[in-house]
Design a protein. Structure first.
Length: 683
């Protein structure tokens, strides 16, 4: 029984993604490769020429001073001509061409639909072919192929001479949707063609001579092959559920754009390329070798793939995972991929071992010097997930480790809920084993959090140390920069995250406060009713328990008001008067707060504000003028001579003047034990 075929309908149901506009050209070239092979004249016989046809370039008036200079722009591509010296369009080939879904070359993996792709991307195809009939007589056949009429304008004429056989296929009228997404230059087209036909170059017997002609430029694919190949290909056969797959391992010259990949092939064509970046531990883009860097690729061929390729050769009809009752015998892409990747691992074993060792060292170095918070969880991260690119950036490595930490924390949260349930059939021993594992993991996570907090302190100290040094311009940093390190400007503690408030640099106890304001007018603070617009650097109010407890100053602990004044490093202009004397300035702020009747942050009045202890910290270098003001204020010098301290009974305030060196050294000493425990340098 015969059935009618409607070509336009068949074309409508034939998919060709717009990004695959060169696939019809590749099909034409592969047809030429097969036509050359059909003559069986040996590997050196065949020759295929791909000519790029462009819109005729407009004449350039060289006399015109406004004429364009430099290299001419690439003119739009209108089509391609593929010419070969193969067997030609004899009667059998023509019959196959005119029969949709022909099985004429099924043994070669052909599906009889390649010419449909021609009409998906091109308006018309013109074919001219010299061949010999069954009696050996030479003929020339020419025809057109369009979506409207199919094979049309057929002309067959005898040839006077017994010349060379061959075919010219002219793909004409490159449709704009495909053209604008296709490569534009001859080199790019040649590279794409080479990648598609690479299998023919590495197979036994090789490929015929193929060259791409673009105007005056000629690119020979064997030269591209020599440029791309790092070393000879190696082939291995792998068995998967009774099916044989041939894996061809290649080392390609390293390219910044090319990632390691698997090329899934069928019918001698590349059907799909799949990146394997991140799927093989230790494989990260280009691979280092004493002879130079290279990129890994493997080409997979099999009768199984030939049988399951989609007609349009842009994918396979193979389940990704077999999870039904036939999973023991039915092949899935996952089964094949796993076997191929194991073959790749064997081929690259020595390189992967070196890469994994270098990646592990990169992780160890980063955790030791930059992110000790991850140290406690390294033992709980799978080895393959720690196999990072040795050249990975700090940012990307931090993100990767943070992701692993988040997964462990999520698992910990889930386990925490589950640990509360004692299974009906669970023994006491197994429950306690499960509980012990949970507590161990929880302990490691908390250690990680502590390590992160300690490392944060180390970074702040290093930044502060740098900030107080004289710059290349001979000047010192302004106090605003140092102020920001201790507490962000013009903010209150309710507006700033705890980790951004580094009051521990001055006194660990300052981390606990009811209210803290940074560089804000006194009149804007809820802890005082003052109308003064002066802006102390830092003001803190500590309220312990109920405000009533401190009203008569008899019960402990008491509330306190803290004023911190920060000056520019090496500033040496201190003088009498509140505007010039930092000690007097701090006491003045304290007095204004008390005079305005201090309140809690929630607005509750604290009785007898005058009795609340005051603490004034002045952070500045002990320059001669500062030293004089400290002595006039009856302050005592510290034993290390890096600061002054004392108590002013009139203001009921403890005063401490700290040099920047003393501030940093004291903070380092307080934290040294933690830094040493994490292996952080303290110098």
């Amino acid at each position: 029984m015969s059935m009618n075929t409607y070509l336009k309908g068949r074309l409508r149901n034939t998919p060709l993604p717009r990004t695959h506009g060169l696939l019809p050209l590749f099909e034409a070239v592969v047809n030429s490769v097969q036509a050359v092979a059909a003559l069986d004249r040996g590997p050196d016989y065949g020759e295929i020429v791909v000519e790029i046809i462009r819109v005729p370039q407009a004449a350039l008036d060289l006399e015109d001073p406004k004429a364009r200079r430099g290299a001419p722009a690439q003119e739009p591509i209108t089509g391609f001509k593929v010419t070969d010296n193969g067997c030609g369009f004899d009667a059998k080939n023509l019959e196959s061409f005119e029969t949709l879904d022909s099985d004429y070359k099924a043994s070669e993996g052909c599906r009889g639909v390649g010419r449909l792709l021609w009409l998906k991307a091109f308006e018309c195809v013109n074919v001219a072919s010299d061949y010999k009939d069954s009696a050996g007589k030479p003929f020339r056949r020419a025809f057109t192929f369009t979506a409207a009429k199919g094979v049309d304008n057929m002309i067959v004429s005898p040839l006077d001479t017994d010349g060379q056989r061959g075919t010219c296929v002219h793909l004409d009228g490159f449709k704009q949707d495909y053209r604008k997404r296709a490569p534009k230059t001859g080199r790019a087209i040649a590279n794409a063609l080479f990648e598609h036909c690479l299998w023919y170059f590495v197979r036994e017997g090789g490929a015929p001579s193929i060259r791409v002609v673009d105007g005056l430029d000629t690119i020979r694919l064997y030269e591209v092959y020599e440029e791309c190949m790092f070393s000879s290909a190696q082939t291995e056969e792998v068995q998967v559920k009774g099916n044989t797959f041939e894996v061809t391992h290649l080392k390609l010259m390293a390219s910044a754009q090319k990632q390691p990949f698997i090329a899934w092939c069928a019918a001698g064509r590349v059907v799909e390329e799949e990146s394997i970046l991140g799927k093989v531990a230790g494989l990260h883009g280009r691979i280092k070798d004493v002879a130079g860097d290279f990129t890994y690729a493997c080409y997979v061929t099999s009768d199984f793939l030939d049988q399951h390729v989609r007609p349009e050769r842009i994918g396979f009809d193979i389940e990704e995972i077999s999870d039904d009752m036939f999973s023991e015998t039915e092949l899935s892409l996952t089964d094949i991929r796993d076997a191929v990747l194991q073959s790749s691992i064997r081929f690259l074993a020595s390189y992967l071992q070196e890469s994994k060792a270098a990646g592990r060292q990169r992780v160890e170095r980063f955790v030791s010097l930059r992110a000790p918070r991850y140290r406690p969880i390294l033992g709980r991260i799978e080895e393959d997930k720690l196999s990072v690119d040795p050249e990975i950036s700090d940012k990307d490595l931090d993100l990767l480790l943070h992701k692993q930490l988040a997964e462990i924390e999520s698992s910990l949260l889930s386990d925490g809920h589950a640990i509360m349930d004692f299974g009906r059939d669970e023994t006491t021993a197994s429950y306690f084993a499960r509980l012990n594992d949970y507590l161990t993991k929880a302990d490691e996570i908390k250690k990680s959090d502590l390590a992160n907090y300690v490392f944060h302190r180390k970074v702040i100290l290093d930044i502060l140390q740098k900030a107080i040094e004289r710059g290349s311009d001979g000047k010192y940093a302004r106090e605003e920069l140092i102020h920001e390190l201790i507490m962000p400007l013009r903010r209150t503690s309710n507006e700033v995250r705890t980790e951004n408030c580094n009051l521990w640099l001055i006194d660990e106890r300052l981390a606990f406060h009811d209210y803290l304001a940074s560089d804000k007018p006194l009149s804007s603070m809820p802890i005082t009713a003052a109308i003064d617009t002066k802006e102390p650097d830092l003001v803190a109010l500590n309220v312990f328990d109920e405000p009533l407890l401190v009203s008569e100053g008899q019960k402990l602990p008491l509330a306190s008001i803290v004023v911190i004044e920060i000056k520019r490093p090496m500033r040496n202009d201190a003088a009498a008067g509140e505007d010039k004397d930092p000690v007097e300035q701090a006491l003045g702020y304290l007095e204004r707060i008390r005079r305005g009747k201090a309140m809690t942050a929630s607005g509750r009045i604290i009785p007898a504000s005058e009795e609340i202890p005051g603490f004034c910290y002045v952070i500045c270098d002990i320059t001669p003028t500062v030293e004089r003001r400290c002595k006039l204020a009856q302050l005592k010098i510290t034993s290390d001579r890096q600061g002054y301290f004392g108590y002013n009974d009139n203001y009921k305030a403890y005063i401490e003047v700290l040099s920047f060196d003393k501030l940093i050294n004291a903070a380092r000493e307080r934290n040294r034990a933690f830094f040493d425990k994490l292996g952080l340098p303290t110098n």
